[in-house]
Design a protein around this ligand. Structure first.
Ligand code: HEC
Length: 197
């Protein structure tokens, strides 16, 4: 009996705070989730008008990894070698609904080296390490009206926390990209998820 009451007491004592904190957490989550960069990633510009390095883009939605290996480009591809690309989650959701890039869309493309050319699976190009610049494009029809609504930026290394718009980028995208300045012809996950296909 004594034991029974002891358990009742500790159980209640243990559960009541848990229940309470559970309620607190469910109440707090919606507000903090909307603050979280993951859900509402949007481009931030500093006072100089430079793009602030997007945080956590490696956790965004992965849209593909083209590779321009050194050995197929006279040792000097423009963007060596793998290009891992990611779109922010809110823009991915919009894309799935509409097949369009929303105002504010951000795409980040990070370079990864070829680490080796043979593996247990055969000969090929196998990723090595991250290293090298991060290229970012942002759709903003007010800021970048002159370049078909997209701005282009390169973050040279890990320390580069902001980047000025690079005017030399848009031309090639304008001429060669399949949809709205983006090379959707190479991003299978985007094509597969588009309701327009
Ligand atoms: C000579 C053509 C060319 C130039 C110049 C160019 N790009 Fe691209 N870009 C591509 C191609 C092709 C792809 C898709 C395939 C790939 O990544 O290799 C691409 C893809 C991208 C992507 C992924 C989203 C998309 O649009 O498909 C970003 C971000 C990007 N480029 C940024 C830049 C930035 C920043 C510059 C300027 C420093 C730049 N690009 C200059 C050809 C170019």
């Amino acid at each position: 009996m004594l034991q029974h009451r002891f358990f009742q007491k500790t159980l209640l004592g243990g559960i009541a705070p848990l229940l309470l904190s559970g309620m607190l957490i469910t109440q707090v989550t919606p507000a903090s989730a909307s603050d979280h960069g993951h859900h509402k990633a949007h481009a931030k510009f500093n006072q100089a008008g430079e793009l602030v390095r997007p945080a956590n883009f490696r956790e965004w939605v992965f849209i593909g990894a083209p590779v321009t290996p050194k050995d197929m480009n006279n040792g000097k591809p423009a963007f060596p070698e793998f290009h891992y690309a990611y779109i922010d989650p809110a823009s991915w959701a919009h894309w799935k609904k509409t097949g369009e890039f929303r105002e504010g869309a951000i795409i980040a493309k990070e370079l990864v080296s070829v680490g080796s050319k043979s593996a247990a699976s055969g000969s090929g190009y196998f990723p090595g390490d991250y290293g090298g610049p991060v290229a970012v494009s942002v759709k903003d029809s007010k800021r970048f009206a002159k370049s078909n609504n997209w701005g282009y930026f390169v973050f040279g290394d890990d320390k580069a926390q902001s980047a000025a718009a690079d005017e030399s980028c848009a031309g090639c995208h304008k001429t060669n990209a399949a949809q709205d300045m983006v090379f959707t012809q190479y991003w299978a996950p985007l094509r597969a998820a588009s309701p327009k296909k």
